[in-house]
Design a protein around this ligand. Sequence first.
Ligand code: GLN
Length: 291
Amino acid sequence: MKNSSVKIRDYRTQFIQELTPIYDAGEAESFFYLIAEEKHQLKRIDLALHPDLVFSETETVVWNSILAQLKQEIPIQYLLGKTSFYGLDFEVNENVLIPRPETEELVAWIIRNNLKIEKFKDLKILDIGTGSGCIAVSLAKHIPNAQVFAIDVSEKALATAHNNAHNNAVNITFIKQNILETEDLLQEFDVIVSNPPYVRNLEKEEIKKNVLDYEPHLALFVEDNDALIFYKKIAKLAQKNLLPNGKLYFEINQYLGKEMVDLLEKMNFKNIELRKDIYGNDRMIKGEISN
Ligand code: GLN
């Protein structure tokens, strides 16, 4: 028998059932509505109001393909090609890490700390390892008159970050550069921020399949025996290239909070503050240059 149209309500039930071995039912249901809205401009309310709506045969084929990809644990953000971060829309793809809620907390902290300075001068900000550009774009959007620069080693990541700056109507100077091979940033900044790779191989077991199999390892992993390689390098550059009273912010590995405090203390940073994320994990740190 030739397959004809399928009632969307029935398809939704099947969709959720097929995903529940991997995701919980609430999550599977939210995926269903996200896809319905993105791909069909179909809202939850439309389905409630029109219980007899159907998918055509072609639509069912598309949905089945998305379902199959979700069952392989491909992140929904990559399937939709977008996500939201700090209230803004961001294009994402396999070349960039999917922005995390913890990173939103880092951005919120930076904005809170630096808004008041805005009255006196334009703030020069540098984001190192920008990826999708989520940190740089959010800061450019929320700190008036900020002059934002962003570095990444990956050309493909920079292309995505560039689109995200453009789509969010902010002006950012992007630079392709390998920070580990950089001896001087050649400019001075009020704020330097970075969310560099920090996951050690010994922590791989804690990383979920959807992250491990699909997100860029370049943005995630570091060698176990030199887990702070990016932090050491960036802190050193910050010593040289931060303006007086300039601030350095990092997102950090939750197991290395103490080591990070030690590192910044040893390098003479002042007013060091270690902060936890909403999950109660050490997740971000700030240090300042005194003169
Ligand atoms: N927090 C990310 C994760 O849990 C890692 C981000 C990073 O390495 N900078 O996968």
